[in-house]
Design a protein around this ligand. Structure first.
Ligand SMILES: Nc1ncnc2c1ncn2[C@@H]1O[C@H](COP(=O)(O)OP(=O)(O)OP(=O)(O)O)[C@@H](O)[C@H]1O
Ligand SMILES: [Mg+2]
Length: 256
């Protein structure tokens, strides 16, 4: 659809904030809007791979994403799987070992970008689901995407997490002479209580208008869609958060 591929990494080193849930539903929203999507599961935990119904490939022997990044004897196109809403580069259990190996490889952090460049042009969007760490795989996804979407819980622990992530982005930009743009924050699992309201105000006062804030509520349908291996857009039950994911997708269409 678009002339050049748009890349976005979904990242926050804090665990369990909704990176994978946001990444899957953003991919679903983009697909719904008529875009082709490549989803890259960069997390050795493989939650997205499992959440998209491909848990069996997570345990398969090589070739897998480790062979692409570390051994470099496999093209990314060889390991792409299909899903009704997107194509998927699955994670694999070997990536735990692969991440440690990448540390000492020449240009280890640039290898994902090179691997995706070979196939990325065939897609409108490439979404990277990052692990909960600031190690080589997260750096790789940030460098490959050059755009970052940040899910964060509406609670006070998020302020330090965001400080640390922004510092890491600054360091990468300086080290690799590149630019990595924060595109939006997704406040996730927002519940109508005092702490969440205070944090939403803090997000808005700290980041808006430069950085849009999207708000996703805690919804059991999001969990059920995940269990069924699809986004809420493909899931049979309706979810009132579809509109917010659609607006997030529309924002990225325009911003990237
Ligand atoms: N808005 C939401 N409503 C209900 N459940 C949610 C919501 N967001 C996330 N969850 C659930 O919370 C858990 C953590 O979410 P998720 O795995 O997406 O976080 P993560 O940041 O990717 O975690 P990790 O850091 O381990 O990669 C999952 O079980 C997910 O289904
Ligand atoms: Mg995750």
């Amino acid at each position: 659809m678009s002339t050049s591929t748009k890349h976005v990494a979904v990242s926050n080193q804090k665990g369990g904030v909704g990176k994978t849930m946001v990444a899957i539903n953003l991919a679903g929203a983009l697909n719904q809007r008529g875009h082709t999507v490549l989803f890259v599961d960069v997390d050795p935990q493989g939650n997205a791979t499992e959440g998209l119904g491909l848990s069996e490939v997570y345990e398969e022997p090589e070739p897998n994403l480790r062979s692409v990044l570390v051994s470099q004897d496999t093209a990314l196109s060889e390991i792409i799987e299909t899903h009704p809403e997107m194509d998927l580069v699955p994670s694999n259990i070997d990536l735990f070992k692969g991440e440690a190996e990448l540390v000492t490889e020449m240009q280890g952090r640039k290898r994902l970008q090179r691997a995706v460049a070979d196939v990325g042009g065939g897609y409108d969007f490439v979404i990277y689901d990052c692990p909960p760490s600031l190690l080589v795989l997260t750096d790789s996804a940030l460098l490959a995407a050059q755009n970052v979407l940040i899910p964060a819980l509406a609670e006070s622990t998020s302020t330090r997490a965001l400080d640390i992530l922004f510092d890491q982005i600054d360091t990468l930009e300086a080290e690799y002479e590149t630019s990595i743009t924060e595109q939006a924050i997704v406040a996730n699992r927002v519940e109508p209580d005092g702490e969440a309201e205070e944090m939403m105000t803090w997000f808005q006062e700290t980041f808006e208008p430069g950085l849009p804030i999207f708000e996703i509520r805690k919804r059991v349908v999001l969990k059920r869609a995940w269990s069924n291996g699809v986004s809420v857009f493909e899931h049979t039950e309706d979810c009132d958060m579809e509109g917010e994911f659609d607006q997030l997708a529309a924002h990225l269409e325009d911003a990237l």
